[in-house]
Design a protein around this ligand. Sequence first.
Ligand code: GAR
Length: 198
Amino acid sequence: MSQKRVAILISGGGSNMLSLVDSMSGDHPARPCLVLSNDPQAGGLKKAAERGIPTAAVDHRSFGGDRAAFEAELLEPLQAAQPDIICLAGFMRVLTGDFVSRFQGRMLNIHPSLLPKYKGLNTHARAIAAGDSEHGCSVHEVTAALDDGPVLGQARVEIRAGDTPEELAARVLTWEHKLYPAVLRRYCMGNKDPVLLP
Ligand code: GAR
């Protein structure tokens, strides 16, 4: 079976992108074909380029809130890269249903909460404020609804007394780096059974 091509969309430092990229070697059934960002300054672009991965950026700020026009530009490098699978990895723009439907069933996202809890932003602070004893991260298939879609894996993280959102986020992130590669590897082989960590 030929290797799958994986495009990764980022907005920032790209630590999840790097964990995915670094996992795709040896007998892995996929290879990265593109790292794409909505921010030309995203730190992850340079890190990807240093690893020899093609990169592209489409600055969403140039489109003045016209999401359809932004997405039309985003599609150009994405389609040119001919990805089989798209991984959103810290990509902080909400995509329209139109865009998502083009890639339905082959687009994944990582979200820093135990979905369906805490969709959207500030998940760590919200989990602490709610008095939860555990938090974590989820990888799910992307559908038109925000942070929805079938969950493909979760990692659970204890919330400790006195945790700040930043401390909790850092602990969750270390699990994101384990969870996303584990899910992607199985997903590439057609296995959608949830990965549960630790
Ligand atoms: C990660 O914690 C990811 O789960 C989160 O942004 C961070 C990106 O870090 N994503 C979202 O909140 C998506 N709604 P990274 O750039 O180092 O991978």
